[in-house]
Design a protein around this ligand. Sequence first.
Ligand code: SER
Length: 284
Amino acid sequence: MFTSKEIRSTFIDFFKDRGHQFVPSAPVVPIGDETLLFINAGMNQFKDIFLGMTKPDYTRAANSQKCIRVSGKHNDLEEVGLDTYHHTFFEMLGNWSFDDYFKAEAIEWAWELLTKVYSIDPDKLWATVYEGDQTDGSDPDHEAAALWTKVTPIPKERVLYFGKKDNFWEMGASGPCGPCSEIHIDLGPDMCDRKHVAGHKCAVNSGCARFIELWNLVFIQFNRLGDGTLEKLPARYIDTGAGLERIAAVLQNKQSNYDTDLFMPIIDAIADLTGHEYTSSLES
Ligand code: SER
């Protein structure tokens, strides 16, 4: 079994072996960025690089970023406490390419790490890509869809197209952005928490706990300006984000992120202090 510490170090080492520089997590209060209240993604500290305003000494990086999502564009507050896999504070594992490798390597390495190193059953994994949007003329990402079946053994039927809400990632109201490709895991019919909802059908992005997003691969190519228009960036970048807590739940065979070794020591201490026994969120 992987401990959360091992999941984190394995991720960083995997990308170090592929030429990535380790970059420590930035503080959760942004430095010199008035567009964000809190750091909400691993890419925030690299924003100026994406915008071409600064050049790093490296073209590949890997990190584990502490994130807070309680406001703004990526606000998870309404989900927290209602499901087993959203948090106000969480850690995002990421690998980065600054005008170096692009979609093929990002997809191939994410698949390799999940299935060969973490040994997640490949038959449980699904991929999604951007379907484009007629209102702003953005193209469907057929390239990413084709790469999924070229550089990984995933069958075509498990590569699905979705719209802007799920497959076009933006940092905030403005800033670097681009189409993205997500990896979801099917945890099996027993994990559905919407059986009571009339008409519910378990599926990727259907909102039930059976299908969970594990990793988001963003192909950053644009800057959203303050007036809402998209400006093409002079270079292409890879920004990925994998949820440490979610991967821990999968690898530790837990039904809830709260039951992993990331939360249990805190929950056990609270149980001791208060004299109340903790029952798993799914049993209570
Ligand atoms: N920026 C993307 C996200 O937050 C991938 O890292 O999901």
